[in-house]
Design a protein around this ligand. Structure first.
Ligand code: FEO
Length: 381
């Protein structure tokens, strides 16, 4: 069990935020910032701009005066109060890598040349009793990201990795909120996450302190295992999920019927996502969760319905791959949706399309019901 007695989370639990990074619906958000007490005191990262004053109060309440501000990530939810920190603690040094210092200059017009300490991947830094190791983690989530490993207490300060949406009080479903967070924000960069996981595997980690969400101290193999699955683009679960849009209800009927048929075969009803109404980030995360997905939509302006277009674009953007996909189209006079969806998904690697398609002309027919039954079989194989 890691000894966390010298680590204080001086960050902020923001219960009021409902939209994170201008697109993710959240029930609050934690902006963690860790103060490590030792012969010399270090603070890791700052917090969202709106909470600078409270953050400084939290630091002062520990009774320690920081000697250093370590930067692990420069996205503004963590870096906005760097200038404020330098004014509040004029003797403290800023410790960051070269990429972070160049971003600091871009954000604040100075890189604090007279008080900067530049560090590199693999270097260590002593706080007195504790030795800290810097681990570059480029693109998890920005290029300057580094993790910090406390070799003495075996604590990994993991930056955005292993974070989640929501606060401790709300959204307690760690996997659900962490999946939505990871797939939405970092999902595209699985290869880079894999590289960092290899570095982490060589360390003896007893606690993970992320920049969002709770500190993880138990069952770490579970969290690391999920990250390994997500970042290798492997399905987390064998099973199907259905994503659809429906203008007048006929395509929805087909999607619901497909869910019934899959449930009849597998004993498990697949989750259904109406892309016009659901949380898009939740739908994208679900597509990465399951091994099989079905997409049902209408032809629209000789393209497809906009929400399905948007959904597929988000999958492609995140390097969606390695899945089996079933397609249902509806069109009243010139159905074209299967062709459009297939073309949009073309950049995705290792995709198998079910040969059985479902082609609806306005409303379902007996033949469509048989096609759906056959598609359900393929999506449960
Ligand atoms: Fe929580 Fe990439 O910032």
């Amino acid at each position: 069990m890691a000894d966390l007695t010298n680590v204080v989370n001086v960050g902020i639990s923001d219960e009021s935020v409902t939209l994170f990074e201008a697109q993710y619906k959240v029930n609050g958000m934690a902006y963690n910032s860790y103060l490590i007490k030792d012969e010399r005191t270090a603070v890791l990262d700052t917090v969202d701009l709106r909470y600078g004053e409270k953050w400084i109060e939290n630091i002062k309440a520990t009774g320690s005066i920081p000697d250093y501000l370590f930067i692990t990530h420069m996205e503004p939810d963590h870096s906005s109060n760097i200038l404020r920190f330098t004014k509040e603690f004029p003797n403290a040094k800023i410790v960051a890598n070269a990429k972070a210092f160049s971003m600091i200059k871009n954000f604040f017009g100075t890189d604090f040349a007279d008080r900067k300490i530049e560090v590199k991947d693999g270097e260590t830094f002593s706080l007195g009793q504790r030795e800290l190791l810097f681990l570059a983690a480029p693109m998890v989530h920005w290029p300057e990201v580094q993790m910090i490993y406390d070799k003495t207490d075996k604590i990994l300060f993991s930056a955005d990795a292993f974070g989640r949406f929501g606060t401790g009080e709300k959204s307690r479903d760690w996997a659900g909120e962490a999946r939505r967070y990871y797939i939405g924000i970092v999902g595209k960069y699985g290869m880079q996450v894999q590289a960092v996981l290899k570095k982490v595997a060589a360390l003896d980690v007893e606690a993970v302190c992320p920049l969002h969400g709770e500190i993880l101290t138990e069952n770490l193999e579970y969290y690391i295992g999920l990250y390994d699955k997500w970042s290798s683009f492997a399905p987390e679960e064998k099973g199907a999920a259905i994503f659809y849009t429906s203008v007048y209800g006929n395509t929805e009927k087909a999607a619901l019927r497909l869910a019934d048929e899959i449930a009849a075969i597998s004993g498990k009803r697949p989750p259904l996502f109406n892309l016009s109404a659901c949380d898009m980030a939740e739908a994208v995360a679900a597509a990465f969760r399951f091994s099989h997905i079905a997409l049902a939509t209408t032809t629209y302006n000789m393209d497809i319905f906009p929400f399905m277009h948007d959904f597929i674009a988000r999958l492609v953007e995140r390097n969606f791959k390695n899945r089996k996909i079933g397609l249902i189209e509806n069109g009243s006079w010139a159905p074209n949706a299967v062709k459009v969806m297939t073309a949009l998904l073309e950049p995705c690697k290792d995709i198998v399309f079910c040969e059985q398609k479902v082609k609806i002309s306005s409303a379902m027919t007996e033949q469509n019901l048989n096609e759906i039954k056959a598609l359900a079989k393929k999506l449960t194989e």
